[in-house]
Design a protein around this ligand. Structure first.
Ligand code: GUN
Length: 293
């Protein structure tokens, strides 16, 4: 079993981005500027957004955090999106999800100028991704593909089973894995909560990408010998063994599955850190106007 070290890979990519930012600044170019909008006080979202802001500082970007209370109206949030769309200093921005129930997420996502949509959630970016056109790739799928690339893991002709059909991971990553090229060229099966015979399907997989959000769903007897397993799960499970009172738990029962794998990502330290650097990369591309004018 070999461990895919997302933390080390992410640190390496951050250094690459920081170097490029330093060159841009030295040449008198504009410092990339990311804004993040956070609504409410959800513990997970607070942590993710704090990490994103810290990563911006580490690579030399400017960052702005805009906070709203849980009772913000949809109209207020749309007005904020509009301001950010029109602010020439902001190269890209994200609205952290999930949003409170009274706000329609798709209205917010669609209101974001796709040229500043560094999360890659806007229908224009999702559509362009599915057509294989230049776009902002959403951060988690981009991070997964980058890990496979940097670890030189063969994907051509392999059977990739994606567990989960979410808009932000399952659907886009299945699209990327089936696309022509490297990584890609997989035969992809997408499984979800209504799939019959999920164990039998997983047993046929050369690559499993687990993104269901069900802690330790994938067990040892569901994985064939030599499989590559990518664990996207990050559920906060209460624990009395940690200072924070919870333990970040993946969708893979690591102890059971790892001995059977050729490659596996741990949680934490696998896909998670890659997600943030993908956002940094998109912000750099936005700052350079490398994808859209
Ligand atoms: N919530 C969980 N993942 C993400 C993400 O990648 N971006 C945003 N905006 N919200 C999220």
């Amino acid at each position: 079993m070999n461990l895919i070290d997302g933390k080390a890979t992410a640190a390496e990519i951050k250094r690459e981005i920081a170097e490029e930012v330093a060159q841009i600044k030295a040449a008198g170019g504009k410092t990339p500027h990311l804004a993040a909008v956070l609504v409410g006080h959800d513990g997970g979202s607070e942590t993710y957004v704090a990490n994103k802001v810290r990563s911006c500082e580490e690579v030399g970007f400017h960052s702005t955090l805009i906070r709203y209370e849980e009772d913000v109206t949809e109209e207020e949030l749309l007005a904020c999106v509009e301001r950010l769309n029109n602010d020439p200093d902001i190269d890209g921005f994200i609205v952290q999800l999930p949003l409170p129930k009274h706000i329609r997420e798709e209205r917010i996502t669609e209101a974001i100028d796709y040229r500043k949509d560094v999360d890659g959630f806007h229908p224009v970016n999702v559509g362009r991704m599915s057509l294989g056109l230049p776009c902002f790739l959403s951060a988690t799928p981009a991070g997964i593909v980058e890990l496979l690339k940097r670890y030189d893991i063969e994907t051509r002709g392999k059977h990739c089973v994606v567990l989960g059909r979410s808009n932000i991971v399952g659907k886009p990553v299945s699209m990327l894995m089936m696309q022509k090229g490297v990584p890609g060229d997989c035969t992809v099966t997408v499984c979800h909560s209504r799939t019959a015979n999920i164990k039998e399907i997983c047993l046929q997989a050369d690559i499993i990408i687990a993104a269901l959000g069900v802690p330790e769903f994938l067990k040892g007897d569901m994985v064939k010998e030599g499989a590559v397993v990518i664990d996207v799960g990050t559920t906060r499970v209460p624990s009395d063994k940690t200072k924070s009172g919870f333990k970040l738990t993946g969708d893979v029962s690591f102890e059971e599955v790892a001995p059977k794998c050729s490659w596996i990502t741990p949680v934490p330290g696998g896909v998670g850190p890659m997600t943030i650097v993908s956002l940094m990369r998109n912000t750099l591309l936005a700052g350079k106007k490398a994808i859209y004018r």
